[in-house]
Design a protein. Structure first.
Length: 106
């Protein structure tokens, strides 16, 4: 297995400047929506990439969560601005509903 492949498994990409970047993959059914929200020429956006601002792989893995969280928030804000639902919708597992949490606590 090459180093590049193993980095992709962590949602990271090594850039030409030898710094790591986090990659947010957009679900196929939302490519056109996100492309429209970002105003891309092709009308399609398959992924977003942002720098973790580090050359250390372990530090990049630690920073990845915050970078991806900000990317998701940015995408959701842009989608909301054009009247579309958030990227991952409003789905919530049944064990996370308020009624279920209260029932389990009692």
């Amino acid at each position: 297995m090459t180093r590049q492949v193993s980095e992709e498994r962590h949602g990271l990409r090594l850039t030409g400047g030898k710094t790591y970047a986090a990659r947010l993959s957009i679900p196929r059914e939302r490519w056109a929506d996100v492309g429209r929200a970002y105003g891309t020429r092709t009308g399609v956006r398959q992924e977003l990439v942002r720098s973790t601002q580090t050359r250390d792989r372990h530090e990049a893995i630690r920073r990845r969560g915050k970078v991806l969280e900000r990317l998701r928030a940015e995408v959701d804000a842009k989608l909301a601005a054009i009247g579309l639902p958030p990227l991952h919708g409003t789905w919530c597992p049944d064990w996370m509903t308020e009624e279920r949490l209260v029932a389990d606590a009692l």
